[in-house]
Design a protein. Sequence first.
Length: 195
Amino acid sequence: MRRSSNQDRFKNLAQLKEDLYLVVEGEADALFVNKIISFMSTKYNVRVRIAHGNGNIPIHVNILKKVYSYSKIVVLYDLDGHFDLVDIKRFLKNKEVDLKDRDIYFVNPCIEYFMILTKEINKEKFTHKKDYKELIFNHYGVRDYAGNIPQVEAIVEQIQYEDYHNFLNNLASISSKDYDLPSSNFIYFIRRIQK
């Protein structure tokens, strides 16, 4: 018995994963990202942290770096069609946040673009959540989409394994240049955490 219990302990230790914190702007981002991660086998224990606004991301990063200094910390920004990575890096530097380029991920313009990528590749030059209203209704049946949490939850609940694969394929085929609209480098995050 004792030998078996020691074997179980070692087996459990081998299954421990390093924590990776992903700081996102809002709850909609967290709901979507957590849903996508739920379909994956990951190298890390991914913990999504909500900053409640892009201006609060640096505060959360600095707190996490102090409290969990041995963990990896990355960020996901919505560029909203008018920011770029230079702006984000400058903002982070001004807030005394030290992140490597590979730790900064973005979606341009907003998380709603990811929701559409689970269903189709869309290259419309949208810049606001409201621009996605018709597409969200067509794909998810959510009327008058305004980005509120019950609406996002209704969308996320409908995302299935096939949609996850569509998302990965579509994400890999779009531009990863921050100045393109639409675009995202989030595929690099997916590849980084995937087993």
